[in-house]
Design a protein around this ligand. Structure first.
Ligand code: PDD
Length: 294
């Protein structure tokens, strides 16, 4: 059985949380998704740092040290025994009164869910995916800031449903200024005149861990990159586009709203970054395997 769920230190195949947990009642929780590469969980430090930043954004204290959480994550991965794992780390506000006020919740809960990683079909990497520009806008930065990875993804759920209706595999959202932001669970990039362009963090997006690695790889390999604010019309002249995320890595986008991006096939810059990313993952896990004081 590949699924293992670690609820506050108890690892089982089926776990339940209280319906009075504010994570359930109000979406009052934060989470991270980590995957393993050759059995090693990637970029744990960065994910735990973002988990803590997200929690701080909700004034939700995380009472466990990184060392403790890493130990629990590794133990759960081991018990699940999958070749490659999907690891979802959640921290909820905990049980409290049926009242929006979180101060009645005395103790947060952690849940580490480990499953087999469900990889995307190879054809999507060979041919690219179709995404749709949707009418649902990304949350404003002064509402639930998209930089906080909360357990409330309802805006993105609505965007995904709109993409489904349009026959697209994912949705690209604008912000309330009309600028490009990101997709429902990934960051967005496009290539114009050979340069790699991506919405800046100021547009109201999640600071993707894959995004930052891709930006570093591009720079290290002499590919010009620019972060900025762009209206969607700029995509009419884009030569290539791709999205990034922990599970999907670097995924080419071949069509936007049914129209081909460039020649409608993954372009040379995207394919190069896909290769560079795979090589970087191999190197990153070699470094993780060194004694690191875990
Ligand atoms: N999603 N933007 C959003 C809204 C996301 O939810 C994610 C991650 C990303 C990419 O971030 P990263 O490269 O750190 O995975 C961007 C995860 C994978 C998820 O919710 O399943």
């Amino acid at each position: 059985m590949p699924i293992r769920i670690n609820l506050n230190g108890d690892v089982t195949q089926e776990a339940s949380i209280s319906v009075l947990d504010h994570g359930f009642l109000f979406g009052d929780s934060v989470y991270e998704v980590v995957v393993t590469h050759k059995g090693v969980p990637c970029f744990m430090e960065a994910h735990l740092k973002r988990l803590r930043n997200s929690a701080a954004g909700l004034c939700l204290g995380i009472p466990w040290t990184d060392e403790f959480l890493i130990r629990e994550i590794n133990r759960t991965i081991k018990e699940a025994g999958n070749e490659e794992s999907y690891v979802r780390i959640m921290v909820t506000r905990g049980e409290g009164d049926i009242d929006i006020d979180p101060t009645t919740c005395s103790r947060p809960s952690f849940i580490i869910l480990v499953n087999e990683v469900h990889l995307y079909p190879p054809v999507q990497y060979e041919k690219g995916i179709n995404i749709a520009l949707v009418s649902v806008i990304r949350n404003a930065k002064d509402a639930v800031n998209p930089g906080i990875k909360t357990g409330n993804y309802l805006n993105n759920v609505l965007a995904k449903l709109e993409a489904n209706r349009k026959g697209a595999q994912d949705a690209l959202m604008l912000n309330n200024q009309g600028h490009l932001t990101e997709c429902t669970t990934s960051n967005f990039f496009f290539v114009s005149e050979g340069r790699v362009l991506t919405p800046s963090l100021d547009c109201g997006i999640l600071a993707g861990i894959t995004r930052v690695r891709v930006l570093e790889l591009a720079e290290e390999n002499g590919i010009l990159v620019e972060e900025g604010e762009w209206p969607p019309e700029i995509l009419e002249k884009a030569e290539e586009a791709f999205i990034t995320g922990t599970v999907k890595k670097v995924m080419p986008v071949s069509h936007l709203d049914g129209h081909p991006v460039g020649d409608g096939m993954p372009g040379p810059v995207t394919r190069r970054l896909m290769r560079l990313y795979e090589t970087m993952l191999d190197q990153a896990i070699k470094k993780t395997e060194q004694p690191s004081g875990k």
